[in-house]
Design a protein around this ligand. Structure first.
Ligand code: ADP
Ligand code: MG
Length: 209
């Protein structure tokens, strides 16, 4: 399947062409239409299957560039993953003028992050601990958050972020779209999905090697 079959806008299709993303991966083919409709999604597919673009393209499609309040929040388990995911989203969004993406990860000074939030951004990628910290400092405004993505949700639970994730989700608007990606599907992921998602579409890509 080709990307032009998905209802993406010209700047995104142009970038995909420039990056030589010729065909959608299975997780992308199944997730992107659901996410473009604004529905909640639980996605399961192995590492390297293109999950970042699967959630990033619909996020980018939805962002209103003229509004510099935070519209999307992506939670990742580590600082390295935050940087990697933010890098991929920036690459995919490079033809969206003025797009501002922040990395809000722990293990680095909080002050510059507070200042950056003050200046305004469309999207943030952060670790649960630091995002919760910024929420408690009232540096991070959640009112305009339309989408929250839990990337590598199983790893975040393994790393002990359950409380932080739940507190963050409770601080975000009930009207949000909640997207959960995980490589595995233990019962605690199922429970998280049941508590925080609304009639999620479940997408599982199984290996047929
Ligand atoms: P995952 O999160 O599932 O582990 P990533 O989103 O990190 O996977 O993607 C792995 C690599 O594949 C990245 O380098 C990404 O740029 C590339 N990629 C993703 N989707 C496509 C595609 N449709 N065509 C070509 N390359 C892709
Ligand atoms: Mg990933």
């Amino acid at each position: 399947m080709n990307f032009s079959a998905l209802k993406l806008s010209p700047p995104l299709l142009q970038v995909l062409e420039e990056l030589d993303f010729q065909n959608v991966t299975p997780i992308q083919a199944q997730s992107i239409p659901v996410l473009l409709q604004g529905r909640d999604l639980v996605g399961q597919a192995k590492t390297g299957s293109g999950k970042t673009a699967a959630f990033a393209l619909p996020l980018l499609e939805k962002i209103r560039l003229q509004d510099r309040r935070l519209q999307a929040l992506v939670l990742c388990p580590t600082r390295e993953l935050c940087a990697q995911v933010a890098g991929e989203i920036r690459r995919l969004g490079r033809r969206l003028p003025g797009l501002q993406i922040l990395v809000l990860a722990g293990g680095q000074p909080v002050r510059p992050q507070v200042d950056a939030l003050e200046k305004g951004a469309h999207l943030a990628v952060g670790t649960p601990g630091r995002i919760l910290d910024l929420l408690q400092r009232e540096a991070l405004e959640t009112r305009q958050l339309a989408t929250v993505v839990l990337d590598e949700a199983d790893r975040m639970l393994d790393m002990g972020f359950r409380d932080d994730m739940e507190r963050i989700l409770r601080e975000t608007p009930r009207t949000r779209q909640t997207v959960l990606f995980s490589a595995t599907f233990p019962s605690d992921i199922e429970a998280l999905s049941r508590t925080f998602q609304k009639q999620p579409t479940r997408v599982t890509v199984v290996e047929t090697e």
